[in-house]
Ligand binder design. Structure first.
Ligand SMILES: Nc1nc2c(c(=O)[nH]1)N[C@H]1C(S)=C(S)[C@@H](COP(=O)(O)OP(=O)(O)OC[C@H]3O[C@@H](n4cnc5c(N)ncnc54)[C@H](O)[C@@H]3O)O[C@H]1N2
Ligand code: MOO
Length: 573
């Protein structure tokens, strides 16, 4: 029997954006090599359009079935007394991976609700009948909800929920792991804070200037404001002498309009008086208390800062999702904006597992080690802009690990754990997650170091269980965890920044499957270079010493030598 093709229906009131969303989703699914069918319901208008031309003529002439074919398309119009059942309709569709339906509210198919709450719209079906939603605001904690432009997230959600076989994938590519995590819906929450507190936060709004800076024409230097036409004939032999009307320091509004034969003494930042179109600096004039002599002409607008020269009305100050920095804060202050909308910091809980772990403040005991990863990972996360809560150390017991996960999930937006993810008898993270009813997204990714990990989700919250090996955990947090954490943070640019660097030293181990190298950024002969950290050991804490780059050794590399170019990720960028 032919495999049943998965069907997913998008439902929502007219104007909710269903069609637009599906239109954007199709290329997204196609880019993932899927064949997609779309079934639309109740669109009399489209049916009319379809029947234009010869097909319509044959159809109107009474043909029961008209088909039109061209090199790469086929269309089929069949007259029916009654509307065919959905089952019959779906039975015609073959050779696709997914059927998307628009507007079918009935039938036992998963349905994704589309709606715009801010436009006063309602959900077309009760929440219980939906599998997910696409909306302009989150709907319900239990319902995966994607924003109206998150087609990538919906594509991944559809693939991982309806197209993949049951069970979880093992040993997937890094990019696939990142995509799976990004597909777990998340909504940054926003808050207004003082701009004084906003350095390093993610802006929650697009801000454009609503005023010109400066908002008046001003002088960029100390000198005399005057009319260019008055000095057209000025020369060394025949200087023009103008009468000084007033003094205009920065902050004082001029009193007099400059008439012919007049000048105003003006200081840097002072407003240009009406009538003046030139400022000549003190050094180029001869003056006394009442007059100023000019001995050369100047073109109109010389030394005048026009309104809006610095920032003009409408100019972009910062985009939603960008990092606020000191210069943005200064611009906001110039515009009179003392509060700014920012994304709340996501709260990430850290749980460490392992019988061998003791707290950093405890004295060493035989076979025990201090829990260093709790501190390394917390520091990385805080530096990246998250709030960190400590979920404690769990002994190697399914019940204890599950209990700490449960508690940590209650206090955070995401849980990161260490240890217990390999294949040993004490690797109990997967059973602990399963005992909580979490959905395991995948186990292990194809990176070295950092392969051993588990990604899961429970009630829309991600649990990223990293390796116990300190360097592996740190590298996997950076490469796999950070893109999702950036999304949680409301960042527009997600994932670490990558740069091109030149090897400072050799790394001569062949890497048939590729690997990542811990390294330091150094500068030599005007080039940004990559110096490998001497210990490249997954279980060593010292492999991270001074490490600010993760170098990418592409599969098939037989060795790297000084001067060779590689790409490297900037840690915590
Ligand atoms: N038979 C196999 N053994 C291992 C494999 C494998 O494929 N087959 N993979 C190896 C790789 S690669 C990694 S990575 C580790 C992953 O192991 P776990 O995630 O289960 O981690 P643990 O065994 O719990 O710990 C590993 C190592 O790290 C130390 N550790 C643990 N937690 C901390 C902490 N919070 N701070 C500092 N150090 C910590 C722990 O004592 C162990 O020495 O598995 C390999 N084995
Ligand atoms: O998986 Mo391990 O994380 O390669 O060191």
């Amino acid at each position: 029997m032919a495999r049943k093709i998965p069907v997913i229906s998008f439902v929502g009131y007219s104007g909710s954006g269903k069609t637009t969303f599906i239109e954007k989703l199709i290329p997204e699914l196609k880019s993932r090599k899927l064949r997609v069918a779309v079934v639309e319901h109740d669109s009399a208008e489209d049916m009319e359009n379809l029947q234009e031309g010869n097909t319509q003529r044959f159809s109107q002439a009474g043909a029961d079935l008209v088909s039109v074919t061209s090199k790469n398309k086929i269309a089929w119009i069949e007259k029916r007394e009654v509307e065919p059942s959905l089952e019959e309709l779906l039975g015609y569709i073959r050779d696709v991976d997914l059927i998307i339906m628009e507007g079918y509210k009935g039938g036992d198919f998963p349905k994704i609700g589309v709606y715009r709450k801010t436009e006063g719209m309602e959900l077309v079906l009760p929440i219980e009948e939906l599998t997910a939603a696409v909306a302009d605001v989150p709907i319900d904690e239990e319902l995966p909800c994607f924003s109206l432009d998150d087609v990538g997230g919906v594509a991944q959600y559809v693939i991982s929920h309806f197209l993949q076989k049951a069970g979880y994938p093992e040993g997937i590519a890094l990019e696939e792991g990142i995509a799976q995590l990004l597909a777990v819906p998340s909504w940054p929450v926003f808050e207004y804070i003082s701009i004084d507190e906003s350095d390093g936060r993610i802006c929650g709004e697009d801000i454009n200037a609503d005023e010109n800076i400066p908002h008046f024409a001003k002088s960029p230097l100390d000198g005399y404001a005057l009319r260019s036409e008055d000095i057209i004939h000025a020369s060394q032999d025949t200087p023009v002498i103008l009468k000084i009307t007033e003094e205009i320091p920065a902050g004082r509004q001029p009193i007099y309009k400059l008439e012919s034969g007049m000048a105003a003494k003006i200081l840097t930042g002072g407003p240009i008086p009406e009538g003046a179109d030139v400022v000549i600096r003190f050094e180029d004039t001869v003056f006394d208390a009442e007059t100023v002599a000019l001995s050369f002409p100047a073109a109109p607008n010389t030394n005048i800062v026009p309104p809006g020269e610095d920032i003009h009305i409408g100019e972009e100050i910062i985009q939603k999702g960008s990092l606020i920095n000191p210069s943005v804060i200064g611009l906001l202050a110039s515009l009179g904006r003392t509060r700014v909308l920012v994304a709340k910091k996501p709260v990430i809980a850290i749980v460490n597992t392992g019988d061998e772990l003791i707290e950093a403040y405890e004295p060493l005991a035989p076979a025990k080690i201090r829990n260093s990863s709790r501190y390394t990972l917390s520091a990385f996360l805080r530096e990246a802009g998250a709030e960190v809560v400590q979920g404690g150390i769990a002994k190697d017991s399914v019940v204890e690990i599950a209990e700490l996960y449960r508690k940590a999930l209650g206090e955070s937006d995401m849980v990161i754990s260490t240890g217990g993810v390999s294949v040993g008898d004490y690797d109990l993270v997967i059973p602990a997650l399963e005992s909580l009813g979490a959905q395991i997204l995948f186990w292990k990714i194809n990176i070295k170091p950092g392969a051993a990990l588990v990604a899961a989700q429970l009630n829309g919250k991600v649990i990223l269980a990293l390796s116990g090996n300190p360097t592996s955990a740190a590298i996997a947090l950076q490469l796999l965890g950070m893109p999702y954490i950036h999304k949680l943070m409301g960042k527009k640019q997600i994932g670490l920044k990558k740069i091109k660097v030149f090897m400072k030293n050799s790394y001569d181990k062949p890497c048939p499957n590729g690997r990542y190298l811990e390294g330091r950024m150094v500068f030599e002969d005007g080039k940004t270079c990559f110096e490998t950290i001497s210990k490249q050991k997954n279980g060593a804490i010292s492999s991270l010493m001074g490490c600010d780059l993760i170098g990418e050794v592409v599969p098939g590399t037989v060795g790297l030598y000084p001067g060779d170019a590689i790409e490297a990720y900037l840690i915590n960028s």
